[in-house]
Design a protein around this ligand. Structure first.
Ligand code: NDP
Length: 247
């Protein structure tokens, strides 16, 4: 048996239209999973990439403006993999930070992640879709403070905490829960940083690997964490950061 194969599995990836979520969906599909690409806008580009590689995928409209939007999705659908990737960031000094920005970030990055995972696990356990795997997308800011991103940092620390408590509760039930903490990954989200020459140079100088991460660097790690090869990994928050936290 190939310990990395995900053949016959069914996965749902949130925020799969672009960036890291797209790369994760493509990686899972390449290992044989049928992937539901969930997003608040169409995932046509991701579906086309997966189809071109001979994989199988479908689209589900899911907008975490309502953090409970994922509740009706899992029952009876046969999912055994969930990747919580959707996330937003709001930047301002803590002295000026608004309640609206606090709530928006918490709703998408933390509340939706928890309740979507709860709905997924309820269905997987009730319907015997185990072994099952959950991968949460955390951040360097699950460990560090950051600057001018108070709600994002609080939410991503929360993602690390939720990953550990759910791993504690579900490891013996056949549900692996882990997280990936990406470093600086080249996506739309980080375009402004890369466009700022001085900032970009400082970031590159700080990364031991000497380059920005590619979304595919996270995609491959997610596929591994969902695979039988990772069956004894529970509650890990895995840095995929070119060595950033090693420094
Ligand atoms: P993108 O902004 O490209 O992707 C974010 C994804 O989340 C998009 O698909 C976006 O959809 C989706 N999303 C946002 N709000 C909602 C919502 N209300 N409902 C459903 N989906 C939503 O950024 P990345 O690919 O870089 O980020 C993906 C994840 O990785 C995030 O959790 C981010 O915090 C994390 N991360 C990224 C790092 C990086 O360096 N890039 C570093 C550390 C962590 P839409 O396109 O419609 O906005």
């Amino acid at each position: 048996m190939n310990p990395f194969s995900l053949a016959g599995r069914r996965a749902l990836v949130t925020g799969a239209n672009t960036g890291i979520g797209q790369a994760i969906a493509v990686s899972l599909a390449a290992q044989g999973t049928r992937v539901t690409c969930a997003g608040r806008r169409d995932c046509d580009e991701t579906l086309a990439l997966i189809a071109a590689a001979g994989g199988h995928a479908d689209f589900l409209a899911l907008d975490f403006a309502d953090p409970l939007a994922g509740q009706g999705v899992f029952a009876g659908a046969g999912y055994s993999i969930l990747v919580n990737n959707a996330g937003i960031i709001r930047r301002a000094e803590s002295l000026d930070f608004t309640e609206a920005d606090w709530d928006a970030v918490m709703d998408v990055n933390l509340k939706a992640l928890f309740f979507t995972t709860q709905a997924f696990a309820k269905a997987a356990l009730a319907e015997g879709n185990t072994p099952a795997a959950v991968v949460n997308i955390a951040s360097l800011l699950s460990f560090q403070g950051g600057i001018r991103v108070p709600s994002y940092t609080a939410a991503k620390h929360g993602v690390a905490g939720i990953t550990k408590i759910l791993a504690n509760e579900w490891a013996a039930k056949g549900v692996n829960v882990n997280a990936i903490a990406p470093g600086y990954i080249a996506t739309n989200n980080t375009e402004a940083l890369r466009a700022d020459e001085a900032r970009n140079a400082a970031i590159l100088e700080r990364i031991p690997a000497g380059r920005w991460g590619a979304p595919e660097d996270i995609g491959g790690t997610a596929a591994f964490l969902c695979s039988p090869a990772a069956r004894y990994i529970h509650g890990a928050v895995l840095n995929v950061d070119g060595g950033w936290l090693a420094r």
